[in-house]
Design a protein around this ligand. Structure first.
Ligand code: SAM
Length: 182
């Protein structure tokens, strides 16, 4: 798990403004809470979900924070039921069967911001298991027909360390960018 003081992903920072102002955010597999913290600081209530919520302890008691301890990979029901969020953030986490539920959790006018390791990362380090590596175009496939793609990349990066990542920002609706937060 990343340390709680890890900086937010540059991709998440870049597309945060596509989440409607003050809209609720779902941070899936929130870990140390770097994006939970970022969103709270930007005025969003946040629901942070993880099977291990110890990394969120430093944020306990923050106004607008809901922490849900749940194992997302058991056969049990999706813990968010039919709740919808203005922003859904997933970074450095992949459990393929969840992709449809993650996309469905994006409210009208909301935005999905997803970034994790992709095929090819095995040349650089962990994760190497294909179960944890996105296939070419997999995030595009996951949102096709459901969300509008604002941006998508599948590339080698050097910061914060050499890796291959795939990332997407995709909106539920095609609201003009001029109406977004500055
Ligand atoms: C590499 S960390 C990423 C944390 C955070 N998203 C970030 O980028 O800083 C992966 C996170 O996924 C969580 N996780 C792994 N398996 C999980 C599961 N089955 N259910 C819920 N969370 C899980 C871990 O506890 C960990 O916090």
């Amino acid at each position: 798990m990343p340390d709680a003081v890890d900086p937010p992903s540059a991709w998440v920072r870049r597309f945060l403004r596509h989440i409607p102002a003050a809209g609720p955010v779902l941070d899936i597999a929130a870990g140390g809470g770097r994006h939970t913290r970022l969103c709270l600081e930007h005025g969003h209530p946040v629901t942070a979900v993880d099977r291990d919520v110890t990394g969120l302890a430093a944020l306990a008691g923050r106004a607008g924070l809901e922490v849900i301890r749940a194992d997302l990979e058991t056969a049990g029901p999706w813990p968010l039921a039919d709740r919808r969020f203005a922003g859904v953030i997933v970074t450095n986490y992949l459990h393929r069967p969840l992709l449809p539920a993650i996309v469905a959790a994006v409210a009208t006018d909301g935005c999905l911001i997803y970034e994790t390791f992709a095929a090819g990362n095995e040349l650089f380090g962990r994760p190497k298991n294909p179960d944890f590596l996105l296939r070419p175009g997999e995030l595009l496939d996951a949102v096709r027909g459901r969300l509008f793609v604002v941006a998508y990349e599948n590339l080698e990066i050097t910061e914060p360390r050499p890796a291959v990542v795939q990332r997407i920002a995709a909106r539920n609706g095609n609201r003009a960018v001029s109406t977004l937060q500055p």
